[in-house]
Ligand binder design. Structure first.
Ligand code: ADE
Ligand code: ZN
Length: 350
């Protein structure tokens, strides 16, 4: 294990910001800032139920997941053309690069758009073009994961997968998101089996608000490789043991959990307990435009509130590369860069 020297508390935020990291849980529609929502609404002639950027932002007071999703889907209504999807993704990718995110696997929700008559091709081609440019212009590798909306039927998910197949080379996996409670993973058994047979990676939101039973079924019925959120696993000792033994990654989103009242405040987040139990935990931003921060804000605020250490910072960044769907060569490269970053930082300690 790479041993990290103690770092003075006042220098920890600098280290958190500088270290290379991967982001594995970020909904691209959740990166739409109010300013861009208004700009796209004007460009596309879409009428919004909010008078101004400030009025929209002041509606961002959530009590649970559903109270957020209602506003999040309304915000996405301004996206109509491939260029809109490109502009949204590009804005996120520039921010990610500034946070030293070197690799990102971005969720997108095609059903939010195809249900409004937007062609699948416009969605995927706009997003994909931003991913290509991110590698060329920012040095960030970016991939797409297609999410099914779990409040809709499995039939609708199967149809969505079918519509996306002409663009199979432009996304690396499938996920499951939207309203969790009442929509258990097993509802999507067939569509995940089909995605698996097509060689797509599989992930699912489970244990954000829903019970540990949803994490078990995401693993055993859907065959997922990662659990998105998964913070409710803490209530099931046998599940914790399994997740630790199999190194099943949890893509945890601390500021999201705070804003959606999954924990009463950030200081009471269980990320430290999950790490102490040996789970492959990562930190991610989920819906950064809505939850008050991109990657580095999630790291800095979480460390300040919970007292995580520099050793745990290293662990979280290393976990992000372990959990990502990159090649072994890329993983090797970024693990080396991560160690170099920590060594340099310690050398220059005062
Ligand atoms: N879609 C966007 N953000 C989400 C979240 N945190 N949980 C479930 N679905 C989502
Ligand atoms: Zn999410």
């Amino acid at each position: 294990m790479f041993k990290v020297h103690a770092v003075a508390a006042h220098r920890l935020p600098q280290l958190l910001r500088a270290m290379p990291k991967a982001e594995l849980h970020m909904h691209i529609e959740g990166s739409l800032e109010p300013e861009l929502i208004f700009a796209l609404a004007a460009r596309n002639g879409v009428k919004l139920p909010y008078a101004s950027v400030e009025a929209l932002r002041s509606a961002y007071a959530f009590t649970n997941l559903q109270s957020f999703l209602d506003i999040y889907y309304a915000g996405a209504s301004v996206l109509l053309h491939a260029q809109d999807f490109y502009d949204m993704a590009w804005a996120y990718l520039e921010r990610a690069a500034a946070d030293h995110v070197v690799h990102t696997e971005m969720f997108f929700d095609p059903q939010t758009h195809t249900e409004r008559g937007v062609p699948m091709q416009a969605v995927i081609e706009g997003l994909h073009r931003a991913c290509v440019d991110a590698q060329a212009k920012l040095g960030v590798s970016a991939q797409l994961i297609l999410c099914f909306l779990r409040h809709l039927s499995e039939e609708a998910a199967l149809e969505t997968l079918e519509q996306a197949l002409p663009f199979r080379d432009k996304f690396i996996g499938v996920g499951l998101d939207s309203s969790e409670v009442g929509h258990p993973p097993e509802k999507f058994k067939n569509v995940f089996a089909k995605a698996g047979a097509l060689g797509l990676h599989r992930v699912a939101h489970a244990g954000e608000e829903g019970p540990p039973a949803y994490i078990w079924s995401a693993l055993d019925v859907l065959g997922v490789e990662r659990i998105d959120h998964g913070v409710q696993s803490i209530h099931d000792a046998a599940l914790m043991k399994r997740l630790a033994a199999a190194r099943v990654p949890l893509t945890v989103c601390p500021l999201s959990n705070q804003k959606l009242c999954v924990f009463p405040d950030l200081a009471q987040h269980n990320i430290g307990a999950l790490l102490d139990a040996g789970l492959c935990v990562t930190i991610n931003s989920d819906d950064p435009a809505y939850f008050g921060g991109y990657m580095n804000e999630n790291f800095v605020q979480t460390f300040a509130a919970t007292g995580l250490t520099a050793q745990q910072a290293y662990q979280l960044a290393a976990n992000s590369f372990e959990a990502s769907f990159i090649s072994e060569a890329q993983r090797h490269h970024w693990m080396h860069e991560l160690k170099v970053c920590f060594e340099r930082f310690v050398e220059h300690d005062d």
